[in-house]
Design a protein around this ligand. Structure first.
Ligand SMILES: [Zn+2]
Length: 287
């Protein structure tokens, strides 16, 4: 059995207790009040079951019950396989920063060219910063079926031909934010600023939320909460889907193997931006 597979989990809540189980094997189930512990126990049982030591659990539907009142939840799409890009040099109008290697300026008109045809609905593109995501045509159809969004897509090429995958084009993406009272861990260069180009990347640690979390501000949205938007988190450009919309999509076969990470919309009084981020001694860790 390969590793790093995505497993859809159903869940129930009774009082303070959760019960979660694998949809494809309901005998693998755990019960208790600490969701993080339940996830760890379930992953340990998956190893014993099929040998997958890097299982990714995807709750179906996303768990929104623990959110503070007024907060909304999105699911940031993630992937467990990657392709490499051939033509990173022509993709950004300003090229790349000599120091931190992140792209400068807007996306050019060039299409991405990749080295092999991907298999999963959502795939990461390696060899370029920011890390881009590409999406299968079937997945984009599924998204359109459930979400009236304004994300623009552009074809991705493989060996000079259309690959059947598309890239979400940046230009109107939403940036992530910090939270009042949060920490911005600097270890492993999680939070930093480049003095050459001004690029900033940061992770947000909130103790009572169980660790690193991703947030966006309610002020990013002017006409209610959109069903999907393009999220720029400094290192990754990825589509985030509103939890209720993702709940309708995630069991469709066109979304098979897609994992997600939670993104919480904060009310404006809780939003802050980390002000003084350090520059790493070296940027050689970055690619
Ligand atoms: Zn830079």
């Amino acid at each position: 059995m390969s590793e790093g597979n995505v497993y859809l989990c159903a869940w129930r809540r009774r009082g303070d207790e959760y019960e979660i189980f694998l949809l494809e094997n309901p005998s693998l189930r755990e019960q208790g009040s600490d969701l993080d512990e339940l996830r760890i126990s379930l992953c340990e049982r998956i190893v014993l079951w099929n040998g997958d030591g890097e299982a990714l659990l995807e709750m179906a539907p996303p768990i929104t019950e623990d959110l503070a009142e007024g907060c909304r939840l999105y699911s940031e799409l993630s992937y467990n396989n990657k392709v490499k890009i051939f033509n990173s040099g022509s993709l950004y109008a300003g090229g790349y920063c000599q120091k931190c290697r992140f792209a400068i300026g807007p996306r050019s008109e060039s299409e991405i060219e990749i080295d092999k045809k991907p298999k999963s609905p959502v795939v990461g593109v390696g060899g370029i910063l920011p890390v881009l995501e590409i999406y299968s045509a079937a997945f984009v159809d599924l998204l359109a079926q459930h979400a009236e969004h304004d994300i623009q897509f552009r074809d991705v090429l493989c060996k000079g031909k259309k690959s059947g995958y598309v890239e979400a084009i940046s230009g109107c993406e939403v940036g992530h934010v910090g939270m009042v009272g949060a920490e911005y861990p600097e270890s492993f260069s999680r939070s930093w600023r480049c003095t050459e180009c001004g690029h900033v990347e940061f992770s947000v640690y909130v103790e009572n939320m169980g660790g690193l979390s991703r947030f966006v501000s309610e002020e990013s949205f002017h006409h209610g909460y959109p069903p999907a938007f393009l999220l720029n988190s400094g290192r990754f450009l990825s589509i985030a889907v509103r939890a209720d919309v993702w709940a309708k999509m995630q069991t469709d076969k066109r979304a098979r193997g897609v994992a997600s990470e939670s993104v919480i919309v904060l009310q404006k009084e809780f939003v802050e931006m980390p002000m003084s981020l350090p520059e790493p001694d070296e940027f050689d860790w970055i690619l």
